[in-house]
Design a binder for this molecule. Structure first.
Ligand code: SAM
Length: 209
């Protein structure tokens, strides 16, 4: 399995259309959470199997992982979980994806990038244009969660989001997780690794105003 793929490759210019909510989920009226860079989707399976009053959507750029995750959804008959393959930037900047923003309650970027070097800035998933798209399209009150173990990447994501007038930081200590997409504070695979290795975690929550 390839560890990294270049999101700027022309291979990702052709995007997978996000199906309608009715095609993706048994109950399309449930709250919707989007996880960007969901890898094999383990985190989303853990959430979807327990929190059946939420729908979960994952976007991942490594095709094999998405294929396997889709098979697992069918095998386990999970009706509140869906995976889309591609570069999240290309998919969500596309006009065909606009409908998804109206229904989103929250988005997570968990340890999203392997692109640490400054010269690879443009490969990082959080880009000014992308944040601009989100600020123009998300409903007021939609939450964005970012989490990483790399301080430079955190600063880059935080600076890009905070520079946008329509996103305000929420203090983590004031945040009530019980009503969120992740009431039990389930951890992603990368997060478990980071904790086991006693590395730092940098995280922030924003709300669209
Ligand atoms: C370090 S892994 C973290 C996986 C998982 N979120 C976790 O916390 O365990 C980052 C994931 O983001 C994916 N990714 C990176 N850039 C992406 C992009 N532009 N669009 C979609 N997925 C992306 C990578 O392929 C990889 O699976």
């Amino acid at each position: 399995m390839r560890q990294h793929v270049n999101p700027l490759s022309i291979n990702f210019n052709q995007i997978e259309r996000i199906p309608s909510l009715r095609e993706m989920f048994r109950d399309s009226t449930l709250n919707l959470h989007l996880d960007i860079g969901c890898a094999a989707g383990d985190f989303l399976f853990d959430l979807a199997l327990v929190n059946t009053s939420w729908n979960y959507l994952g976007i991942e750029i490594r095709e094999k992982l998405v294929k396997n995750a889709k098979l697992k959804v069918l095998e386990k008959e999970v009706k509140n979980l869906y995976f889309v393959f591609g570069n999240a930037n290309n998919i969500l900047n596309d006009v065909q994806s606009k409908f998804i923003f109206k229904n989103l309650k929250s988005i997570s970027f968990n340890f999203p990038d392997p692109w640490f070097k400054k010269r690879h800035n443009k490969r990082r998933v959080i880009q000014p244009r992308f944040i601009n798209t989100l600020s123009n399209s998300l409903q007021k009150g939609t939450l964005i969660f970012i989490k990483t173990d790399v301080k430079d990447l955190f600063d880059h994501m935080d600076c890009t989001i905070s520079s946008n007038f329509y996103f305000k930081t929420i203090e983590k200590k004031d945040f009530n997780y019980s009503k969120s997409f992740n009431p039990d504070k389930v951890k992603t695979n990368r997060e478990k690794y980071v904790i086991a290795n006693q590395l730092d975690i940098f995280e922030r929550i924003y709300i669209k105003i």
